[in-house]
Write a protein that binds this ligand. Sequence first.
Ligand SMILES: *[C@@H]1O[C@H](CO)[C@@H](O)[C@H](O)[C@H]1NC(C)=O
Ligand SMILES: *[C@@H]1O[C@H](CO)[C@@H](O)[C@H](O)[C@H]1NC(C)=O
Ligand SMILES: *[C@@H]1O[C@H](CO)[C@@H](O)[C@H](O)[C@H]1NC(C)=O
Ligand SMILES: *[C@@H]1O[C@H](CO)[C@@H](O)[C@H](O)[C@H]1NC(C)=O
Ligand SMILES: *[C@@H]1O[C@H](CO)[C@@H](O)[C@H](O)[C@H]1NC(C)=O
Length: 617
Amino acid sequence: MSEAFKKIASLRRIWIPCAIAAIAVFIGMLFSRNAELAGRLNELMESYDGPWNLMRDKSFPYDSLFPKEMRSQLEAMFGHARQWYQTRDFKVGRNLSEQGAKPRHPVILLPGIVTSGLESWSTTQDEAPYFRTRLWGSSSMIRKALLNKDHWVRHLMLDPETGLDPENMRVRAAQGLDAASYFAAGYWVWSKLIENLAAVGYDINDIYLASYDWRLSMGNLEVRDHFYSRIMAQIEFNSRVYGEKTVLVSHSMGGTLALYLLKWLEYQRGSKWIDNHIEALTSLSGTFFGVPKSLPALMTGEMRDTVQVPDVLSNLLEYYFSAQERAELFRTWAGSASLITKGGDAVWGGRHGAPDDMENSTMTHGIMMEYAEHKKDNKTESEKKLTMDEVYPWLAMHTDKYFQRMLHTNYSYGIERDPRKLRANNKDPTKWANPLEVTLPHAPNMKIYCIYGWNKPTERSYWMKEVPPEDALNERSPAGSSHSQTLRNDSVSKRSHATSRIDGTFNDENAIPTVNSGVRMGEGDGTVPLLSLGAMCVHGWHMERYNPARIKVVTHEVMHNPEAYDLRGGVSSGDHIDILGSHDLNEAVVRIATGLGDTVEERIYSPIREYSKKIQW
Ligand SMILES: *[C@@H]1O[C@H](CO)[C@@H](O)[C@H](O)[C@H]1NC(C)=O
Ligand SMILES: *[C@@H]1O[C@H](CO)[C@@H](O)[C@H](O)[C@H]1NC(C)=O
Ligand SMILES: *[C@@H]1O[C@H](CO)[C@@H](O)[C@H](O)[C@H]1NC(C)=O
Ligand SMILES: *[C@@H]1O[C@H](CO)[C@@H](O)[C@H](O)[C@H]1NC(C)=O
Ligand SMILES: *[C@@H]1O[C@H](CO)[C@@H](O)[C@H](O)[C@H]1NC(C)=O
C-alpha cells in the first residue's frame, strides 16, 4: 500500500517539472524568433524528460496553425509558469492539521464533464500508434486534434445509435488521481484539493478519484464500464476496511451524476444502505438544474466555454471545427445532454418574467431564445420568442432522430409535484438525474453540502438568428480546413442540419441585462446560473416533497473576488472551475472529510433565497 503511495508521490514530483518544461517549450516555439530566449528554454528542456518532448518536434507548424491572436492567448496561458509552480496550497490543510484535523471519512471525487482524461484503447493497424495515449485532457491533445483532425474526431465520436464505441474504436477514461488532477500542462483541476487533503494525512488509500467517460449517457456508464457498481464496491470497501462512512465530493456535472448515483444505489441496495455508508454529498459548483448554454451547444455547436475548458482551448476548437462539426460531435456525447436545463418555465420563467430578473430589467430571462430581426431605423424587434418549455420541442425538431431517441430514453426535464408519482420515479432511471422528478433517498443521517461561487456574469439567455439550411451545410470551419470526411460519410451526414446560431453581431448596451454578442448575462459562477447552483439547496430540498427524510442541506456560497495578478483568480476565486483552488472551498471540504462538517456554516451572499421563492414549485 505504501508503495503505491510512493509511486503517486513520485509521479507528482515528476509532473510539476514536466508541466514547466512543456510550458517552456511552448513559449520557445511561440517566440522562436527570439533566439536567445528560445535557446535558454531549450536548455531548460534538456534537463527534463517526459511526454512533452513530443512538442519539441520542429516539424510542427505552429506559425501557420495558430493565428496571431491565438498565439498571444497561448502566451498568456503558458506565460506564467512560475506562478503555477509556486503552490501556496498546502496552507489550508496544514492549518487544519495544526488544529488537530485528521483523516476520518474516505473520500470519493466525482469530476465534472470534460475534466477526466480519455485515452485510446483501439488496437487496429491504423489506431495502434495511439494506443493508451490521451485523446482528451493533455497537451498532446491539441496537437492530435490539429494535425489529424479526422482521426481525432472519429475516435471521440460515439455511435449515434447505441451511444457506445463505434466499430473498432475504444476510448476509455484515464484512471487514478492523475486522470483529473490536471487538465493539461499546468492547468490544475483537482490537484489543490488533493494537496490539502494530503496535508491533513490523506493519501491514495483514502482518496478515490472516480474518473469516467463523460461522453456516455448516465445509463451507459453502467452498461459499458460498470461505473456505479465500481463506486458501490469502493464504498463498501471503505466501510469494511476503515469502518467509516464515505464522503462523496462532486464537481459541476459530477453533482448531477451524484444524484443519479444515489438513486441507483437506492435501487440496488436500498436507502438504509445509503444511510449506513455515505456520510455526505459535497457538491461543488453543482449543475442541478442544468446549464442554459448546453442548448445552443447541442443545437448549433456554439461553444464558448460551454464545455468547461480553458478559453484558449475552446477557441482552438471553434477555430478548427465548423459549428456543424461541433454540433454533430456534441450530440453523440449523450452525457452532455444531462446538462440540458430542467424544470422548464416553472424554474426558468416565461413571457411574464423570470425568478432571477432584476427589478429594473428591460428584458426578461424568461425568454430563453429570441430571434432578432434587424430593422432599418436601427431598432430591433424580435420575430420569434421561445421560453424554456418551447425550447425543448424546438431542440428536438432541430436534431436528428438518434439524438431525439437518446433524449427520450435517457433523460427527463420536467417538474413533478405529486408525491405518489415521485415515489414511482424511483424505478425510472430516466428521471434520476433530475432533482425535480425524484426524491432524495430516505437517509436521514446523510448530509448535503452545496458549495458554489457567485458574482461572476453567466450566460443565461440568447439572441438567435436563422441560418438558411444550405449555408449551414456548406459552412466551413473558419480556418478553411475542409469539412471532416468522417462526419460527411457515416450515418451522421443524413441528419437534419442546424439552422440557428447565436447572433454574435447583436449588442445592446442600454438593455438590462446588457446583450453582448447575442448573449444576455445573468448571475452565477461564470458557467452555471445561480438558479441551477442554489435553488435546490436553499429551497427545493427543504420541501418534504423532494426530501422526505429531511436530510440536512447546507449552502455555503463563495464570493467571486479574484486576485488581479493571478490568471486563475487565486485563493478567492468563485469561478466555476477555479473555485477548486479557493481557500474557502478547500477548508470546507477538508473539514467535511475530517468529520468537522458541523463547522461548515450556512452562508449566502446572493439573492438566491428571493429568487427561489419565485420559482413555481
Ligand atoms: C491559518 O491560520 C492562521 C491563524 O490560525 C490564519 O491567520 C491564516 O489566515 C490561516 N491561513 C489559511 C490559509 O487559512
Ligand atoms: C440511452 O441512449 C442510448 C443511446 O445513446 C441507448 O442505446 C439506450 O438504450 C438509452 N437508454 C438507456 C436506458 O440507456
Ligand atoms: C439595476 O438594479 C441593480 C440592483 O437591483 C443595480 O445593481 C443596477 O445598477 C441597476 N441598473 C441600472 C442601470 O439602474
Ligand atoms: C443607425 O446607426 C448607424 C451607426 O450604428 C448610424 O450611422 C445611422 O445614422 C443610424 N440610422 C438611423 C436612422 O438612426
Ligand atoms: C468519404 O466519401 C468520399 C467521397 O464522397 C470518399 O472519397 C472518401 O474516401 C470517403 N471517406 C471515408 C472515410 O469513407
